[in-house]
Design a protein around this ligand. Structure first.
Ligand SMILES: C[S@@+](CC[C@H](N)C(=O)[O-])C[C@H]1O[C@@H](n2cnc3c(N)ncnc32)[C@H](O)[C@@H]1O
Length: 306
């Protein structure tokens, strides 16, 4: 694990996110082990497979002084490669060439079938699911996948979620960037520039959000003014905005889990969701996801930084 480019990200919430995904992958592989499926682990924002973090060590029980040290922890790719029974295929995509190189070494290290794609996650996922064996292949009906979407920000287009829902054979874990979305929504509609509008329309997959979140209000002191004194103000709260996103997911996936809230400095930054459109499997998926959500939601609230 040494000698690879340093990829530092996250905090205590990251371990909760990765623990939750690992538990689900274990559940999934064990639930499907005696069935005739070809299983894929698909990590579209794969990083390097490692995470460099500052962690506290020492203290009373270790009889050592408390200090902050650099530690290398397993990221999502390595955690997935360690799951038993193994997936039939591991598919990683990543935008940064230096990280792609590291991912390319993982197949040999773990002795697994690993496919690595360099490029934008949305484009690469689209290519994967529009080609054999996912379509146009005699075994296409046997393919099953868990897809993990772990972007830093608002990089997942709603069109990508729609494409994944359309496969009807994949379970999607999505780190929805709640805080980043709310930050794009200026207090006054006049503060929404073209870039903000298009990134919000891309993530929600519609332009209705503006009608839902903003109300026209007469400017103060100009109650009886003409139309041009009317300004649209954001009236939707953070929870209402998050609820709108959840509604949108429910319009394309038959199953949308309760999200696990991931907190940074006591504030909700991300929401970790599981979606699926694999209707016959929903009771089973729900069983695995409910277990994971119940296990990690309290931990997530407790371990929020002060
Ligand atoms: C939060 S990190 C992923 C961490 C990883 N899941 C782990 O646990 O080790 C996000 C990664 O996505 C990559 N990335 C950012 N935008 C991307 C895009 N549009 N397509 C593919 N990869 C992207 C970044 O370079 C970064 O390595």
């Amino acid at each position: 694990m040494s000698g690879t480019p340093k990829h530092s990200f996250g905090g205590p919430w990251t371990e909760i996110k990765l623990d939750a995904i690992s538990d689900y992958l274990n559940f999934y592989q064990n639930a499907l082990k005696n069935q005739n499926f070809v299983t894929w682990y698909i990590d579209a924002f794969a990083g390097t497979g490692e995470r460099h973090a500052r962690v506290l060590t020492g203290g009373l029980f270790e009889a050592a002084p408390i200090e902050e040290v650099d530690e290398v922890l397993a990221g999502s790719a390595r955690r997935a490669l360690a799951v038993t029974p193994h997936f039939s295929h591991y598919w990683f995509s990543e935008q940064r060439p230096t990280r792609v190189k590291v991912l390319q070494g993982l197949g040999a290290e773990y002795d697994r079938h690993v496919i690595v794609r360099s490029g934008d996650a949305n484009d690469e996922l689209c290519k994967l699911f529009n080609n054999p064996p996912w379509v146009g292949h005699r075994d296409q009906g046997r393919q099953r996948a868990v897809v993990f979407l772990d972007p830093y920000g608002m990089s997942v287009g709603f069109a990508t979620l729609e494409m994944l829902a359309g496969t009807k054979r994949v379970d999607v874990w999505y780190l929805f960037p709640r805080k980043a979305v709310i930050q794009q929504l200026a207090n006054e509609a006049s503060g929404l520039d073209d870039d903000k509008r298009s990134s919000l329309t891309r993530i929600f997959g519609c332009s209705d959000w503006e009608k839902r979140f903003y109300r026209a209000q007469p400017k103060q002191g100009e109650l009886f003014g003409s139309d041009d004194t009317v300004n649209a103000t954001r009236t939707a709260s953070g929870n209402e905005i998050a609820l709108f996103a959840r509604e949108r997911f429910g319009q394309i996936f038959a199953y949308v889990s309760e999200p696990i809230p991931l907190l940074v400095n006591g504030r909700e930054f991300f929401e970790l969701y599981c979606f699926s459109n694999n209707k016959p499997a929903i009771p089973l998926i729900k069983r695995g996801v409910d277990f994971v959500v119940k296990k990690y939601t309290p931990a997530s609230r407790r371990r929020s930084d002060p």
